[in-house]
Ligand binder design. Sequence first.
Ligand code: SF4
Length: 287
Amino acid sequence: MICRLCPRNCRAERDENGGRGFCGLPSLAKVARIAPHMWEEPPISGKNGSGAVFFSGCTLRCVFCQNYEISALNRGRTINSKQLSEEFRRLESEGVHNINLVSPTPYVHCITEALDLYRPDIPIVYNSSGYEKVETLKALEGYVDIYLPDLKYSDNALALEYSRAKDYVETTIAAIGEMLRQTGKAELDEDGIMKKGTIIRHLVLPNHTKNSIGVLDIIKERFPDTPVSLMGQYTPHGDIKKYPKLQRKITAREYNKVKNYLFESGLDGFVQELSSADEKYIPDWDY
Ligand code: SF4
């Protein structure tokens, strides 16, 4: 395939053995872990867990990625669409609340093929960096029930520095707009489990509360009815040697500042505990 799936628009060749694009990924789906996952937001993980499929590689590749081993080093193994559909069936039979596709963007063609082979009777979650092409998202209409996009940056200079994406802000705003067009407002069942909708996630970075406040301002202005998930789990990890500001966890003072701004803004959503900032919460990449 000649790939233009994400905003990098590489037009690079990808085949079963590898790829020459920014992500370096093959055309077959590469997977690092498939298992029930308990650490998403309560309406996603619920009591039984979310059926997470952690795909290898990433189209954004932030230097601080908490899943660096799979997002930048592309650790994992390839499976075909039939095998992927069987994994969806297996996860569903384990009683999870949804199928949670984590960093799925480079494999949209494999995912739609797998879902054409077997469509689980539970919601499909598309869990991404937010840096998406509207055109690719449109191809997912009818396949995806819940979107979990990040909105990482309100400042393209920061997006360029940490993620080499100088158009991150406007690209992600357009992508979230398309996600909301497809899902509409969040819908929960009687047990509080999400059936449909979009939740915007934001990870607070150390020394960057201004960026976080800018992100909340964007959400308030553009997507005021969309729940926000504020995450304080940042742990120094990844390829951050050259980035002095990223060398520590966030402080309680930083987190409280962003949390208070969120509460004052009147936005709805979820706030993670700071105690989640620990490498023990990084899963084993054992697929
Ligand atoms: S998915 Fe990979 S190869 Fe395709 S456009 Fe994006 S970065 Fe380039």
